[in-house]
Design a protein around this ligand. Structure first.
Ligand code: URA
Length: 443
């Protein structure tokens, strides 16, 4: 690309870029820089970017293309820098976490206050729901008044005063914001290059110094096999390190949903249980494993994340954070968060032991209940969700409830319930157990 006084002049055009990828070629650096910039400025049409994303989905990208695509997405907006901020005269221990997306994955909600209570500073650029997976922003916005649309100066202030800010990516990697929304409605989410570049462009641009990734493995993850999730984790760790962010990853199980709730407000309620020192074992285990990694990579020595859940300091930090971002702290009482008025309960056909519950089917069911979007920008239902009464391996009595579905629009119930057909079983034996934390990946 060359420039004159009026702006960039390019000999590139979208059909040629799409054709190159459609036919299995590698995109040149120039083509990647051009298409990301032109799309962000509205000069490449949505239909053209949709076709290119599908070509990338089908053909993949080389490591070099992924690195260049990520750099172009970072360059599409601003890159925040908090290295000048001080608390008690010392630089902040800036550290963040990001998940590749799962079902019932509410971990950011208890994790951020745990790390705040341990002395970290978390600049968390969070996302909305994508495909069958929920988004932290959609969940947190179910707290009346809570906003993630906060200014840069508020982010800086909160990092210094409280130790965290959870914000919509806004002007950070705006190319990702547009591409993320387009992927959500064009069936192009499940692509290693597109996930790696999406996650890392936001996280590198948000100004964290250290990052812990949670790369999901199993039916509820975007990538099918453990080998692909491992490759995704390795790719993201390399991208982070190349851009000066100390990055490591945990590979974690997503064959079955995390915790006992999936949806928007219902997941906030479960997160509050964890912050109150209770909550499901798997949610607590993953929160603490990620917190330990975050404290370690941020150089926070001698801290005990579990103690912050026991002594209530993590809960105090969560309430501070919600209040700072406009949320009604009094509504954190479970009964005041929205819950869909229309329900359907699926009951046990026999007594026995709960078998595996397929995370993908649960994610799709909750999406059908209204917790996610089918067109860009659609308003999600905060009260949509599901309660899982029996987790794999637990005893079941004939006739007792196994799943309760919640929605604000009753016509959604039948389609959601049918997503669960064949996705669970009650048998004579417990299903094989799998470790929640499968591996740890660093460079
Ligand atoms: N999270 C993101 O930010 N992007 C993805 O593509 C998947 C998960």
């Amino acid at each position: 690309m060359s420039f004159d006084a009026a702006g960039p002049i390019s000999h590139l055009d979208a059909p040629s870029v799409i054709r190159t990828k459609r036919d299995g070629g590698a995109l040149s650096d120039e083509a990647i820089d051009w298409v990301i910039d032109a799309y962000t400025r509205g000069e490449v049409a949505e239909a053209q970017m949709s076709a290119l994303l599908m070509a990338i989905f089908l053909r993949g990208m080389t490591g070099h293309e992924i690195a260049r695509w990520t750099a172009a997405m970072i360059a599409s907006g601003e890159r925040l820098d908090f290295s000048d901020l001080r608390r008690d005269g010392k630089p902040l221990a800036l550290v963040d976490k990001h998940s590749t997306g799962g079902v019932g994955d509410k971990i950011t909600i208890p994790l951020v206050p745990v790390v705040m209570a341990c002395g970290g500073a978390v600049p968390q650029a969070a996302g909305r729901g994508l495909g069958h997976t929920g988004g932290t922003l959609d969940k947190l916005e179910s707290i009346p008044g809570f906003t993630a649309e906060i200014t840069k100066s508020q982010i800086r202030q909160q990092l210094c005063d409280l130790g965290a800010a959870i914000f919509a990516a806004g002007e950070l990697a705006p190319a990702d914001r547009k591409i993320y929304a387009l992927r959500d409605v064009t069936a192009t989410t499940e692509s290693l290059p597109l996930i790696a570049s999406s996650v890392m462009s936001k996280k590198i641009a948000e100004g964290t110094k250290a990052l812990v990734l949670d790369s999901k493995v199993g039916s509820g993850a975007f990538l099918d096999s453990e080998a692909e999730s491992r490759e995704l984790a390795r790719t993201m760790v390399e991208l982070g390190v190349e851009h000066g962010v100390q990055t490591r990853a945990l590979l974690t199980d997503m064959q079955t949903p995390l915790g006992r709730t999936v949806g928007n407000a219902v997941e906030v309620v479960e997160s509050l249980e964890v912050l109150a020192g209770g909550g499901p074992d798997d949610v607590v285990e993953l929160t603490l494993a990620l917190a330990r990694e975050m404290c370690d990579v941020a150089g926070l020595d001698g801290v005990d994340p579990a103690q912050t859940l026991r002594d209530g300091t993590a809960m105090d930090r969560f309430r501070d954070l919600v209040a700072a971002q406009g949320g009604d702290v009094d509504s954190l009482d479970a009964a005041m968060l929205p819950l869909g008025q229309h329900t359907e309960t699926i009951s046990a056909p026999r007594s026995g032991t709960m078998g595996d519950i397929d995370a993908m089917a649960v994610g799709l069911a909750v999406w059908r209940l209204g917790a996610g979007r089918s067109v860009p920008g659609e308003q999600v239902q905060f009260g949509a969700g599901m309660r899982i009464h029996r987790k794999p391996g637990e005893a079941v009595a004939a006739g007792e409830p196994l799943f309760t579905l919640y929605t604000e629009t009753p016509h959604r119930l039948a389609a959601a319930a049918s997503e669960l057909d064949g996705a669970w079983s009650v048998g004579d034996h417990a299903p094989p157990t799998r470790p929640l934390i499968i591996d740890r990946i660093s460079m």
